[in-house]
Design a protein around this ligand. Sequence first.
Ligand SMILES: C[S@@+](CC[C@H](N)C(=O)[O-])C[C@H]1O[C@@H](n2cnc3c(N)ncnc32)[C@H](O)[C@@H]1O
Length: 443
Amino acid sequence: MNAMRDAKHALRHTANLRQFGERIRSEREARGYSLGELANALRVTKGYLSRLERAKAAPSRRITDLIAAILRLDAGRLHLLAGHLPNDVAQILYDHPTEAPLMLREAFAGYGAAPSQHAPSPQANRGMARKLTPGLALGHLYELVNDDCMQWLKHRPDNSIHAIVTDPPYGLKEYTEEEQAKRRQGRGGVWRIPPTLGGHTRRPLPRFTVLTATERRELREFSGKWAELAFRVLVPGGHVFIATNPLVSHLVCIAVEEVGFEKRAEVVRLVQTLRGGDRPKNAHDEFQMVTVMPRSAWEPWLLFRKPCEGRVQDNLRKWGTGGLRRTSLERPFCDVIPSAPARGAERDISSHPSLKPQAFMRQVVYASLPLGEGVVLDPFAGSGSTVAAATALGYRSIGIELDPGFYQMARKAVPRLAALPFNGNGRTFTTARVPVRQDGLFP
Ligand SMILES: C[S@@+](CC[C@H](N)C(=O)[O-])C[C@H]1O[C@@H](n2cnc3c(N)ncnc32)[C@H](O)[C@@H]1O
């Protein structure tokens, strides 16, 4: 049985190498390079390149990357043909040797090859999933719940969450049924449709300048209420990342600090939003050189920590928390993160008005578990960008969403968002972490 499977794998590998060689030759010829010219650029002999093109030799990762760069081809696809894992996939498997293969097997059950001799049996896998994620849906890394997070948090056991990454409603009104109806109609309320830009209709944004003193007080109370409930369920040393807005962040910050959290930083998401920068309404011509508010180019993410038990090292040993995961051995997590808005592919998956981009979310979620172990919670999950980021990283997570429509959206969106490749500076962040190994498994 095993011999048959090995023979099948060998055949597939040979067929892939043949495709690799044919692809290189046709792309080289299409660009008008001779064998010698490309060999020179690669710093290999003509004979070796010719062997690659005839599938008589297997390329190394370095050569595959060079070929992809010179011929401007998709490196991930070339690596697969050459029999290597693409860097980001290799990184995920390396970081999550248990969960990542488990997820792949589950996602493609029935489509993939027979389980390898060394893989745990499906029964063992199921047992592992149960052990890994008590209370979570069988075999999955994440759970989505349609509930009021205040109620959910009340019933959650003490010290059972390791990090919170969330984007709560900034003003309490924008997600009420009334305001959502106004948003859908595109008229009035807290949702403002920004002026058309270059012929494109822009997405609605909530307007926080219209919050009254009472609404500001309510926002502070609301933030204190969920933060207090979150404090109990979070383990000592657990971090909380909260997306806010420059107009209301001070209210959220004071409320969260007052329940006992330590403020640790403000992470700056450098993003060109369409907030501010407009001339006075209906008086554009009269006051051409006036902007009513600055055009916003950043989004504050408040960062808090539940106090540690003893020293950070003690807390790390006992609870697995207390610090942030470094981007790499050389680079700590930094508090300024350049970030583009969510890419088109993400917008096609989720139409949530406050969708956060995976490139940014994956960096923040990655940092939230210093040892890569534990459960990440998003009590205001929306369409699930935190949960998707956690899943892409192989972290366990839970998302709570009150609105049934957004909850259904998240159910569909999470697996699709999580399957998207790393992009933007999120890509640098993952590939930069690929460790050099001598056994040939990774580059
Ligand atoms: C700013 S949005 C989050 C969007 C999310 N970051 C995304 O990328 O899709 C906040 C979400 O919190 C939800 N929400 C508001 N109050 C809630 C509550 N008490 N419990 C759970 N969810 C709530 C809203 O319906 C909304 O979808």
